[in-house]
Design a protein around this ligand. Sequence first.
Ligand code: ATP
Length: 805
Amino acid sequence: MEGETSSSHSETTPLRYGHRAGHSQYSDGSPVNVFHSVNFRKDSEVSDVDDAHSQGHSRSDPRVARAMSWQNVEVTADDRDTVGSMRVISSKYESLDYDQVENTLFSYEENLILFQNVQCMQVKRWFVMFLIGICTGLVACFINICIDQISAIKYSTVRHFTKMCRDEACMEYALLVWNGFNVTFVTIAAFMVAYIAPVAAGSGIPQIKCYLNGVKVPFVVRIKTLITKVFGVTLSVAGGLSIGKEGPMIHSGAVIAAGVSQGKSTTFKIDGKVFEDFRTDTEKRDFVSGGAAAGVSAAFGAPVGGVLFSLEEGASFWNQSLTWRIFFASMVSTFTLNVVLSYYNGDPWTLSNPGLVTFGKFTGQAYYGYEIPIFLLMGVAGGLLGALFNGLNYRLSVFRLKYVYLRLSCVTEAALVALVTTTISFTMIYFISDCHPIGSNSSPEPLQFFCDDGEFSATATLFFNTPEEALKSLFHDPLGAYKPVTVGVFFCIYFCLACWTYGLGVPSGLFIPSLLTGAAWGRLVGIFVHYVFPGGHFSDPGKYALIGAAAQLGGIVRMTISLTVILIEATGDVTYGLPLMLVLMISKWVGDYFNLGLYDIHILLQSVPLLPWEPPAMAHNISAHDVMSHPVVTLNTIETVGKIVDAMSHHHHNGFPVVDPNEVTDRSFGTYRGLILRSQLIVLLKKEVFNETVGVTSLRQRIRLKDFRDEYPRYPGIKDIKVKPEHRQYHIDLRPFMNPTPYTVSQNSSLSRIFRLFRGLGLRHLVVVDDHSQVVGIVSRKDLARYRVFHHHFKLELEELHISI
Ligand code: ATP
């Protein structure tokens, strides 16, 4: 394995990190603490790409485009070569810091903390969770009410035109008006995403998954992302796309949490001077899990599902009191939504609107034991259809990344999808005649369209309705409410449209289209079963629609426990718990046999260094020595300002081992004393915490942890720090600021062991030392994430991915 890996690297792959000859010395001529080894990129490769990034191509350079990717960075034609490969990891993503730096400043602050302070912090944490719950609930209400109002205007206008044009034979006007509404709404949404916050596209669940996993996705929790998300999803749902508003609520909740918990907005340059203690990655991430849970809770009326969602996605750094607080935020969120929506719906005290979508009450006999085998078969079908959906969407996403990445083309594509969706829906209503007497379905507003007076069009109930209403109709309308052909055609069309729509440059949720597609084929199964066994026991196709919906969603997203609980809570009937769980499990297993879940596919397409739950299989024979990077850029315990600035300017690393200088050999870099982060060094340089002479304590050294928190989260770059030439010879004693007790591993540790340590503790850097505590290498998230197991001709193979610059 080792031999194979090394040779393939040196021949073909752009390797993970190189040491440029020109950078092997500090500017004063003394050597940087590094040693060379095999396995690095060629110098020419480094300089070409680095220069492209550092100098920056001009905007007019046709090779450069602001890509519609999560990173929202300018990408060159070179970058595009690796686009669409799931076997690349982007070095542009940084990690979050979860490890507490227990340095002298921290100890000093801890000594000053009284019992009351600790309690006060706890109270503040609960209070922040409360605020997160309220704000998330209110945002969900805002989205819902806006969609409701806009859709009401749109649908009544279009209905007016269809009524008028039926008599005057001018149906093209009705279609034009409907298209006019939809294309306008969707285009505005797409413009907002493309020009304000590309990271707001899609459901946001993959991005939040990455954040909870420990990856800093740029702009993911910014206020402008939230604004784009909220208005974007409102317009794109009102624009009739095959999407839902529920998924984006999870992202919205997370952004709300990140904003509220920090008590400041860097974008608007407002600092409320509250919650300053929470300005660390660890605290912020805890609140973000609360926000995501509150989002799930508001979306589906599923507080427990929300907690489990956060648990499933970020459980490695979990604790009991955090679970409680997250549950509290979820409960507050669903309650706020319930109160406001009940009030909005005209009955303030019924409290019957716990979520943006609920599946309605399933009355009558739930199911019979002998139906379970049919449900299991439906689970298999859901897995197959989910895998097909993911496979098609993967190919489409690769195509988009390669050819539809310019902002304007993304907007055009969104407008085109809106146009096609509307036109197909209209055509279907026109051509599929499925008329029933009014009163034979559950809809309070039956849609007549091209049916005779006294009748309504079942086709229009599916195509000319919000997806949530269509879903409820499939769940609850009686057996004869739809002709099989209507449901069949709807399934085929909606499957294709949902597949085309996911990944479009607009905020969009995947849950509802997946559920709706599944409900359609599930209902068909129900109709078929009734046809085969015409007895009364099989006369309710609604429950088959529910099971189909679960199977399809499970086959696409492949979430486990949280999805089961979300669906049980949305159904409001625990009797369905067992079949739902079985169906979700089976559809996941079947789907996993063919490809990954859709969220994971999109994460891999964005080259995010996500660490899975478990270390890759077959990784026990790979040792730290194979995984680690070397040479290591280290700093001495007492270092000159000039050397620190040079090290930070020439290397993009975010962590530097601090060593005793006197023991450097040709294979190691001195005795390991601690680890210092780039962000810490930036603050030290900015605050000029350095002395003219070694050992003299300057007044300027009176720096507090607060100074570090004040800069959080957007630290200036090293280029923004102006160091006077005469200060370059000054010294900084790094010992009071570095982390003096970071985790280390021996060079013989296996990849599996390192992985568990890293994942379990949420580490960012792990220094590899030899038997004498000498630094010999360093491991970061990307070094671990690049070992991944892939299915290859029905065999598992451990692959080593490229790390792109
Ligand atoms: P992160 O990006 O996760 O916040 P980072 O920027 O310090 O952390 P990476 O970008 O993950 O590190 O590292 C890219 C490569 O550089 C990895 O292979 C890693 O092992 C290596 N690396 C990180 N820090 C150092 C260092 N101080 N000296 C040498 N190599 C390093």
